[in-house]
Write a protein that binds this ligand. Structure first.
Ligand code: PTT
Ligand code: SF4
Length: 618
């Protein structure tokens, strides 16, 4: 088999047994790798109703058939498990040398089961994998930990690790790599912490898996790299990367402001890409990327002078959304999140929720809008689960709202328990539906629909929007996530999508048309949905279309500022779009895959797994 290693490393931390498991050709052709492979393995390996923080949960690090090859931005990896934040499918996509090293180590994935009673690290070095004690690094923060790992194993190894937040089982703790790369928003760091796995170090030593046509792969890669570099927006991208979005979002009334009450922020210019440029001291990228977007800035807060890596989501959620308009302060919160191993999006949302709950009198001695010192303190308290408020917000906004009651759920800005990323949807029904139906809860990764929606008319609730949304989810949320490569060469610089089937052919020798890839995407989406339904029903939580609704705020509290003042979502319109979405996916009115859809996509095993838990319609 070309293009894949054809096996994964199975690591049981309870028994300390490490084995290699073969992957058959059919599985690889039907799911490719990354997210596709992860959901296929999770379906089989996670027992229905498993507690996500128990040894029975399964943590997967998966690469794909394009990862690591000399192709644009191919240094990415998917980290997946049953999420402790949402209790459904959870994953994240991280740019890291560990992705390339894993391919060179001879594996398509690492699958971690069980849990250790003492802290450990997994070391994969030149064909040998071992579980080693990690008491000396347990409780270390990321900025101390990473140099220590490099000193021990060399600077070129791939390393993935958790900070104190993961150790303390904070529900939105992530896995970190290379100081500022963070992956696995729905608590993949907490799953790693529950297994007492502090770090994974990978040194590949072998060649990448042999491609079917090496010369063709190199030639296509060179052509695509050139196309990226010659794209119109390249120079500005290199200057600002995703930070260009702050100004754009504010102009379009979608910049999350004061816990998504508004879409415009009076002090946006203090946190935008131009302000960032004045603080920028270096540029950083993932492996194999010629459009590096990591903005390293130097900031100063009081006597502290330090560096942080900024992206749009981090800045919007820790800036306008909590009422902080000084990029120095935002940078400090961003750095703290990286150091502690917390997801910046959920962190920003949780701080904003606590601020609004304080304002409404639901929390005594809480935290005021824009109070930077208190936000720093709360961030530390969340990571260490200190105090009543820190411990409450460490559970995420949904659980916090359930605990507080008194209408708090209306302003818990989440879907299925995962906090919404940084686009306000008062006047964006298509983007709201993208959040409502994203595979992991509210995240823009599957469909950044807002840009297209602005062109199509923001007040429209049309079938055409839903059709385009499904197409976009398939391409971004299934194909890119399973290949696994970064989608930004296409999204930001317009790299022609037709390159990807050609890359796949050169890598694997197998011809995939875009129709084939959409069918594969349907399979991945439907299996992920089946997993959610299985886990929710097995846990006795139940399932209904309400699971796919965005927060009440967007339906009931109109924007009060900016050119779109007065705008809010229309519930009937949203429901019509949701029904159309279900129809296109072959799911019933509850959002549950139909029997015929499961059969048509070759998911008979999922039908068998679901039929005793929930009634399946034809
Ligand atoms: C992603 C989410 C994002 S999406 C951002 S900024 W973005 C936040 N970054 C965080 C961070 O940094 N530190 C931290 N402690 N928490 C953070 N949480 C947030 O995590 C990321 C880039 C970006 S930057 C985006 S859009 C694209 N995402 C891709 C994707 O999802 N798939 C894919 N095939 N390609 C992608 N390319 C881009 O990658 P999650 P990264 Mg990230 C400091 O992990 O869980 O998916 O959440 O991985 O290596 O940092 O690259 O404006
Ligand atoms: Fe990483 Fe940015 Fe390059 Fe994508 S564009 S591979 S996120 S550096």
């Amino acid at each position: 088999m070309f293009g894949w290693n054809g096996k994964y490393l199975l690591v049981n931390l309870t028994t300390k047994k490490i084995t290699e498991v073969s992957l058959d050709k059919e599985t690889l052709l039907n799911y490719l790798g990354g997210r596709g492979l992860a959901i296929r393995l999770l379906w089989d390996l996670v027992k229905p109703g498993t507690d996500p923080l128990s040894p029975d949960n399964v943590l997967i690090f998966a690469v794909g058939p394009l990862t690591g090859y000399p192709l644009p931005s191919s240094g990415k990896m998917v980290i997946a498990a049953k999420s402790p934040l949402t209790h459904g499918y959870g994953d994240g996509n991280i740019g890291t040398r560990a992705a390339v090293e894993l391919r060179k180590a001879g594996y398509d994935a690492i699958v971690v089961t069980g849990s250790s009673d003492k802290p450990v690290k997994l070391v994969i070095e030149c064909g040998k994998a071992s579980i080693e004690p990690a008491e000396d690094i347990w409780s270390m923060r990321v900025h101390d930990l990473e140099p220590k790992l490099y000193a021990e194993y060399g600077k070129t190894v791939g390393a993935l690790y958790i900070g104190p937040a993961g150790e303390n089982l904070v529900k939105f703790a992530t896995v970190i790599s290379e100081f500022g790369r963070s992956g696995g928003r729905p608590g993949m760091g907490a799953v790693m912490g529950s297994k007492k796995l502090k770090a994974i170090v990978i040194k590949g030593c072998k060649e990448l898996p042999k491609p079917a046509d090496q010369a063709e792969l190199v030639q296509l890669g060179a052509e695509a790299y050139r196309a990226v570099k010659e794209a119109d927006g390249y120079d500005f991208w290199i200057r600002q990367g995703t930070m260009m979005t702050v100004e754009w979002s504010n102009k379009n009334s979608v910049l999350p402001t004061y816990n998504f009450r508004e879409g415009v922020y009076d002090f946006a210019s203090g946190i935008d890409g131009y302000t960032m440029e004045k603080m920028k001291v270096a540029q950083k990228g993932c492996p194999n990327c010629n459009m590096p977007c990591g903005n390293i800035v130097e900031y100063q807060v009081d006597s502290t002078r330090a560096k942080a890596e900024l992206d749009y989501e981090n800045v919007a959620m820790l800036g306008s959304n909590i009422g902080i308009g000084d990029l120095n302060k935002v940078s400090h919160l961003n750095k703290l999140a990286d150091d502690l191993g917390l997801d910046t999006i959920s962190l920003g949302s949780s701080i904003a929720f606590a601020m609004e709950a304080t304002e409404k009198g639901l929390i005594k001695d809480g935290i005021e809008w824009g109070d930077f010192d208190a936000a720093v303190q709360l961030t530390e308290d969340i990571a260490y689960r200190r105090g009543e408020l820190g411990n409450l917000m460490a559970e995420g906004t949904k659980a916090a709202a359930e605990k507080l009651g008194n209408g708090a759920m209306t302003f818990a800005m989440q879907v299925k328990g995962l906090e919404i990323s940084a686009y306000d949807c008062h006047a964006a029904p298509g983007m709201a539906l993208a959040y409502g139906t994203s595979s992991i809860g509210a995240h823009h990764k599957d469909a950044w629909f807002i840009s297209l929606e602005i062109k199509m008319g923001r007040d429209k609730y049309t079938d055409e929007k839903v059709e385009k949304l499904v197409w976009m989810q398939n391409v971004r949320g299934a194909v890119f996530e399973s290949l696994v490569t970064c989608r930004l060469p296409w999204v930001e610089l317009g790299l022609n999508l037709d390159y990807y089937p050609k890359f796949l052919k050169a890598a694997t020798g197998v011809s995939f048309t875009w129709d084939d890839l959409h069918k594969l995407a349907e399979r991945v989406y439907t299996l992920i949905r089946a997993f959610w339904v299985r886990e929710y029903t097995a846990e006795g939580r139940g399932w209904g279309r309400y699971m796919d609704y965005p927060p009440e705020r967007w339906f009931t509290e109109p924007l009060t500022k900016g050119p779109l003042a007065g705008a809010k979502l229309d519930k009937d319109g949203y429901d019509r779009m949701l029904s159309k979405y279900y129809e296109l996916r072959g799911w019933d009115e509850r959002g549950i895959p139909r029997k015929s859809t499961l059969e048509m996509l070759g998911l008979d095993f999922a039908y068998k797994g679901l039929r005793n838990l929930v009634e399946l319609k034809d």
